[in-house]
Design a protein around this ligand. Structure first.
Ligand code: ZN
Length: 133
């Protein structure tokens, strides 16, 4: 895994959270994007080499909605940049790590993504992402 690509933060209300994070991070949100398959609206910020992704549920069935109900707003996942996501998924599966997605899927911000099941990673939700070429 190359580096932390972004940190995902679950929020209830992007309209309020975007200006708040613009103030805190002292930078403008550079992109908002709907991820239909996950039923989330995302907003991205760049801080040097790193990115922050805010996630708001667009439906009660969204995992983000369920997460906030259970744990409240806050850090939701850490995403690592990988060279070859399919290889990385097989490497982890061969180690007995359970994946939520055993095949890469389309994510926000031009990425292929897959999540490791948090029960295989001490409760930390880890996302793998590969920049689409
Ligand atoms: Zn993410």
């Amino acid at each position: 895994m190359n580096k932390i690509e972004h940190i995902g933060i679950a929020v209830k209300d992007l309209e309020k959270s975007i200006p708040l994070f613009e103030l805190i991070l002292n930078t403008k949100c550079y992109k908002t994007e709907l991820v239909e398959s996950e039923k989330v609206m995302t907003a991205f910020f760049k801080t040097g080499e790193n990115k922050i992704e805010l996630l708001q549920a667009t439906s009660a069935e969204s995992v983000i909605h369920k997460y906030i109900e259970k744990k409240g707003e806050g850090t939701h996942h850490i995403a690592f940049d990988v060279e070859n996501i399919e290889q990385e998924i097989s490497r982890l599966q061969n180690l007995g790590i359970e994946m939520i997605h055993s095949k890469p899927k389309d994510g926000a911000d031009n990425k292929l993504i897959a999540f490791i099941h948090p029960k295989s990673s001490n409760g930390l939700l880890i996302e793998l992402c590969e920049e689409k070429k």
